[in-house]
Design a protein around this ligand. Structure first.
Ligand code: URA
Length: 238
């Protein structure tokens, strides 16, 4: 038996907090009865409806994908471009998964997909500060001063970015490019690209190599694997 708001969040209805509001507003029924009391426990066999629409209580699945370039990180694309969800659908994975956060169309690397809305909401919440490590190929020979600015925080769209970690991996003097590893835990739109832009080194290529304790070992671009139960447990405990 689990709390109603948790089951609703896991089914992707809304966050736990927003689900509580739906419950107290009298919009949720369990086996046909309106339930307004928070903390009501429900079982898998119970029929839960929100505004008369049954919620989807699927078995939870968790995948780690190595996103290739030119794929959209959402479940649908208005322009009909290939999405990360299409990659799984090709293998007839039937659960309605969606990505945990986003990578740009041209960014490659690690992306989690799940139908566990509760865990997804949690991981995306800034409070949990999941470390994400990227490798950026940037235009120009980056200076120590620029790396220090990135570490301390730079102004992006009127807000200062939180402290980051950086490591210069390589520079190519002839081609005038640098390869920099950067770890951040925020996830604003185009964050890494805008951070490098702010210090004067535009990103040419971006790859995310790790997400929290997870990395892409053994997973080729365009491939994915299921998370192991202990990995799911660890994510839930983060
Ligand atoms: N930062 C970016 O700029 N792009 C991404 O895809 C991810 C982080």
């Amino acid at each position: 038996m689990e709390r109603l708001q948790k089951v609703m969040a896991e089914a992707g209805v809304a966050s736990r907090r927003a689900s509580e509001k739906l419950i107290t507003a009298g919009r949720v029924t369990v086996n046909g009865e309106t339930v307004k009391k928070l903390g009501t426990k429900v079982a898998a066999k119970d029929k839960i409806e929100v505004d008369g629409v049954p919620i989807h209580q699927e078995k939870h699945v968790y995948y780690l994908l190595n996103k290739p370039r030119e794929v959209i990180s959402s479940a649908h694309d208005e322009k009909g471009r290939r999405t990360v969800v299409d990659i799984l659908k090709d293998d007839e994975i039937e659960e309605r998964v969606y990505p945990v956060g986003r990578l740009d169309y041209d960014t490659t690397g690690i992306l989690l997909l799940t139908n566990d809305g509760d865990l997804a909401n949690k991981l995306m919440h800034p409070k949990f500060e999941v470390n994400k490590t990227y490798v950026a190929k940037v235009k120009g020979l980056i200076t120590n001063d620029a790396l220090k600015q990135l570490r301390l925080g730079v102004k992006v769209d009127g807000h200062r970015t939180k402290p980051a970690k950086t490591r210069l991996k390589e520079t190519d003097r002839a081609k005038r490019i640098s390869i920099v590893q950067i770890t951040i835990h925020e996830g604003h739109y185009h964050q890494v690209k805008r951070m490098f832009e702010a210090v004067g080194y535009p990103v040419m290529k971006l790859h995310r190599e790790s997400y929290g304790f997870l990395n892409l070992q053994g997973v080729q671009p365009g491939d994915y694997r299921e998370l192991r139960p202990e990995e799911v447990k660890k994510l839930k405990g983060m």
